[in-house]
Design a protein around this ligand. Structure first.
Ligand code: NOJ
Ligand code: CA
Length: 687
């Protein structure tokens, strides 16, 4: 933290507002009461009051409107709304410029440089309630949150919804996926004009007519309900919190702060990707102390065979999680340099209709053909970390009952990682209510937000990392709890096994600029057979499967395919064995939302660099400077590119693997086939 110092802000308007007497047809014009600039004066935020005493904000970038005047406020289930009749009641400012190190991540060091403005408002009407809005303004985005102080007329906030708006100033194109539908967060992205967005999840990404790139998301989602965005008219989006079974979408005792509402604002697509550092910066620093026990790694597992229907989670002749099979995977991992082995279907409870039910799951009892202590000892002897599995099927009542003993068991056996799962339709989470009854909740509602943090902190006590599937969205809490290593939260590779439709070729070029802005994804790449269930083709070339290890960030990366498919593709498999998972630096060298993403990443604590590029269904080309390499040093570039005749429809396996000597003054120009990609490892040559 640096010292607070003065910076540009203006106190412009202090008059008490006039209470609204009539229904307004057009929004009355709002006046700025205070403003703040980003550190290099790129962004400018004004906090406003209109003649009704309605609080709002607006944002410009280099003088041009980005967010037009947008309302702020709350609806309650048991009290009048907080929206109008506010008067300015004070402000404070601060500035901060510091850096912090990620224990693992895409960057070693992250700079946190912002100007802060907090404006307090008080109602002039009978209840005289108060709220402050706290803005942190960076050069490439803003965060703001509500701060509700302790006060007599708002001791408990039962929030029916937030009234927060985001009025997009310019027309543009939006990339978005449906919110609050039955399949949770796992929808394909749509690309529409902003005015045709319906009800969207965050991050919601927009490229405006002038080429600005915006994305709206949230940071530090703690003890609150996740935010979706409903387009209410024109280009105005309104926060829509996830529902709860009890009525209010959020219940909090004052004082409290809401999660940060974040708008990333960048001049182009690569800068948008980098601007997502704001999400981490808006979270609290690490609360776990020494987290050297959190180890990024590549892993394999008893997993894809089930998705192909070649093995089962449940007991029986095709049971995947047998002792012998687990030992086979451990041997395979040890022989090929992988550090982890995931075993799904090890525990009792998979035999009935488990989906969305989960009441039979035991997290401490293993199937008779799987000897958990013996497998754990075998893994340990081979230097392999077992990754445990807790599929809850959304029945957190059943899980929370067993969580302590379940984590104790793993700790006793030296198992330091767990993959959790919440396979249930949206709204199908079963949680124990305060009345002792089961209530049905949403995956991103306040109950689940609390649940996930409980899992994370209970796991942390036993030095266990968590990778959640069907999770709550990532809002940067991995900074505060670095054992929260990864999660799913979008369509991953499994859709290429059984999905209808499968992931289209543009899926990952969409993900990079949407879902990936929120944080790591356990996408599980590397299916070199290029085949899903029943030998149905995956819509990808071979080279693209390799590129995904660099493009889709996660500190734990699975080599998802069956061992025999890796044995059948040794040359391509070499890249999966070589690629790093933890990085000192990450740079997007070229990118366009939904079309192309080219990344260079420097392996953590190593002089090696990796490049990964993915395109979409069209042929794409890139031509990038290798200026990221250390000047004056020669590197062997081990290139895995689409063959000249490669095409995901006709010739997906065509790949060229070649070596070139390069330096930082060279460029790399490649063709990406339709549905293709490029993967490169840069190894310094001894001088
Ligand atoms: C869905 C998860 O995404 C997948 O990875 C897992 O294998 C199944 N649930 C079963 O838990
Ligand atoms: Ca495209």
């Amino acid at each position: 933290m640096t010292l607070a110092r003065l910076f540009a802000f203006a106190l412009i308007f202090l008059a008490a507002p006039v209470a609204a007497q009539t229904v307004q047809q057009a929004a009355p014009s709002a006046q700025a009461v205070a403003s703040v600039d980003s550190p290099s004066h790129v962004l400018h935020v004004e906090v406003t009051l209109n003649p009704e005493g309605r609080v709002g904000y607006r944002v410009t970038r280099l003088g041009k409107p980005v967010i037009d005047d947008s309302r702020l406020g709350f609806l309650f289930t048991d009290a009048p709304e907080m929206l109008r009749n506010f008067a300015f009641a004070g402000l404070s400012t601060a500035t901060s410029d510091s850096s912090w190190d990620e224990p693992w991540g895409e960057y070693r060091t992250i700079r946190n440089h912002y100007n802060e403005l907090t404006v307090t408002f008080a109602e002039t009407s009978a209840l005289k309630r108060r709220m402050s809005i706290e803005f942190r303004v960076y050069d490439d985005g803003i965060g703001f949150r509500y701060d509700i102080p302790r006060q007599p007329n708002l001791t408990q906030a039962n929030i029916a919804d937030e009234l927060t708006e985001f009025a997009i100033a310019e027309p543009g194109t939006a990339w978005w996926d449906d919110a609050q539908e039955w399949n949770r967060e796992e929808y394909l992205y749509r690309r529409t004009p902003v005015e045709e967005v319906g009800f969207a999840q965050t991050p919601l990404t927009i490229r405006t007519a002038s080429g600005l790139h915006l994305s709206i998301h949230e940071a530090a989602l703690v003890d609150y309900s996740g935010m979706d965005l409903r387009r209410v008219q024109g280009r105005v989006f309104k926060a829509n919190l996830m529902p709860s079974s009890t009525g209010p979408k959020v219940t909090r005792d004052a004082p409290f702060t809401t999660p940060w509402r974040v708008i990333m604002i960048a001049p182009d697509a690569p800068a948008l990707y980098k601007s997502a550092q704001i999400i981490l910066n808006l979270n609290e620093p690490n609360k776990l102390g020494d987290v050297s026990w959190v180890k990024p790694m590549k892993y394999v597992g008893i997993w894809w065979a089930m998705h192909l229907d070649q093995a089962t989670w449940n007991s029986g002749p095709k049971h995947g999680a047998t002792t012998a099979n687990a030992e086979r995977y451990i041997d395979f991992a040890a022989a090929n340099g992988f550090k982890g082995v995931l075993v799904e279907g090890w525990n009792k409870g998979w035999d009935g209709p488990w989906f969305g039910n989960g009441s039979d799951f035991s997290f401490t009892q293993w199937y008779p053909d799987f000897d958990l202590p013996a497998v754990a000892a075998y893994a340990k002897a081979k230097g392999i970390a077992l990754i445990g599995h807790h599929e809850t099927a959304g029945n957190i009542a059943n899980y929370e009952k067993q969580m302590g003993p379940a984590f104790d068991l793993y700790q006793r056996l030296g198992i330091h990682n767990v993959k959790t799962g919440y396979v249930a339709d949206a709204g199908g989470i079963q949680a124990l209510g305060p009345d002792g009854k089961i209530h049905f909740e949403w995956h991103q509602g306040q109950v689940m937000v609390r649940h996930h943090l409980k899992v994370i902190t209970e796991a942390a006590k036993r030095h266990i990392t968590v990778d959640a599937h069907e999770p709550v969205k990532d809002t940067g809490l991995r900074r505060t709890y670095p054992n929260w290593v990864s999660r799913e939260g979008e369509r991953g590779m499994e859709y290429n096994a059984w999905g209808v439709p499968k992931n289209p070729p543009e899926h990952e070029a969409n993900l990079v600029f949407t879902r990936m802005l929120s944080g790591p994804m356990d996408f599980t790449p590397g299916v070199l057979s290029l085949m899903g269930k029943g030998n149905t083709p995956i819509l990808s070339t071979l080279a693209k499967q390799l590129a995904l290890y660099v493009v889709i960030y996660s500190p734990i990366q699975m080599a998802a395919d069956l061992p025999e498919n890796y044995a059948a593709n040794p040359a391509a498999f070499q890249f999966i064995k070589d690629v790093a998972v933890d990085w000192d630096d990450s740079r997007m060298l070229a990118g366009e939302v939904g079309d192309l993403a080219v990344f260079a990443r420097k392996a953590r604590g190593s002089p090696e660099w990796f490049l990964g590029a993915v395109g979409d269904e069209q042929e794409r080309r890139f031509d990038v400077s290798l200026g990221f390499l250390q000047p004056g040093r020669r590197y062997e570039a081990q290139i895995y590119r689409d063959g000249d005749d490669a095409d995901y429809r006709t010739n997906p396996r065509s790949i060229v693997i070649e070596k070139r000597i390069v330096t930082s003054t060279d460029r790399l120009a490649e063709r990406i086939a339709p549905g293709g990609g490029t993967a490169v490892r840069f190894v310094p040559i001894a001088r």
